[in-house]
Design a protein around this ligand. Structure first.
Ligand SMILES: Cc1ncc(COP(=O)(O)O)c(C=O)c1O
Length: 261
């Protein structure tokens, strides 16, 4: 049976082990590991169409790889999003999100309890490129509302936070974001989709450090953004093609394999 025929509405436990890209012509039971930098093209014209985006097909593993695609498909199914884009690490996912969504002059409202590197990335690194940020109490909705400005493009929360385990009201934050014409992104690293699916509560993007519970065994560094296909196609894939925050196929395969018992 091709994995493509799996119903994305099946139970989470089933999706977590079965959802993936098509099997190869060999019909392997395990997910195939395509440890390759690039893909042989049938002819120059096909290669040109694939590179130009007029035809589907694997080209180069900086931005397209079947093992990575399997991981993305599985995580999207678990989070209940249309699409997912894998990244080299959780911080790589947050970097890709900021590069794809923000420009100089935009403003971000972020919980002040999120993972320390996230605060540094948004405040210091993106600050250097003219992105403004305001950090607010994770739990005080009034502070999030008061921080909104005309140029606010993104609200970012992590729930529960690392390391304080503070939670936030995702639905209330989604309402504030959408009323301001902004996106809400939620770092779901600690709960994983097994315990929380932020898009069901109104979030637009879900961030993962797959390094934590998605791998679950401390083997690899991994990351992902789960969101709409439109955001992947228009905002994130163009950055991924040029920036190379790529998810290693080997690491994607390790996360896909989970724990065999
Ligand atoms: C909540 C959270 N988000 C993001 C990250 C960053 O992930 P990575 O270490 O995979 O870059 C971490 C790492 O500890 C984290 O705890």
């Amino acid at each position: 049976m091709s994995h493509k025929s799996i119903n994305p509405h099946l139970h989470l436990d089933t999706l977590a082990v079965r959802m993936a890209e098509d099997k190869s012509q060999f019909g392997e039971n395990s997910e195939a590991l395509y440890l390759t930098s690039s893909f042989v093209q049938p002819d120059a014209a096909t290669a040109a169409r694939r590179f130009g985006g007029q035809e589907e097909g694997y080209i180069y593993s900086r931005f397209t790889n079947p093992t990575v695609a399997s991981m993305e498909k599985r995580l999207a199914a678990l989070e209940g999003t249309e699409a997912c884009i894998g990244t080299a690490s959780g911080m790589g996912a947050i970097l890709l999100m900021c590069m794809g969504l923000l420009k100089a002059g935009d403003h971000v409202v972020c919980s002040r309890s999120v993972f320390g590197s996230t605060i540094k990335l948004i405040a210091s690194e993106f600050g250097k490129f003219g992105v403004e940020s305001t950090f607010v109490s994770q739990t005080d909705i009034a502070q999030w509302q008061a921080a909104i400005k005309p140029n606010t493009r993104l609200l970012f929360a992590e729930t529960p936070t690392n390391p304080l385990t503070e939670v936030c009201d995702v639905r209330a934050l989604a309402d504030i974001a959408h009323a301001a014409g902004a996106w809400l992104a939620v770092d779901n690293c600690f709960c994983s989709p097994a315990l929380s699916q932020p898009v069901k509560l109104g979030a637009d993007l879900v961030i993962h450090s797959g390094t934590k519970y998605l791998d679950g065994q401390g083997r690899v560094v991994a990351g992902a953004i789960c969101c709409s296909q439109k955001l992947v196609d228009e905002k994130f894939m163009p950055v991924m093609r040029s920036a190379g925050i790529s998810f290693s196929p080997f690491n994607a395969w390790v996360v896909l394999k989970g724990k065999e018992t």
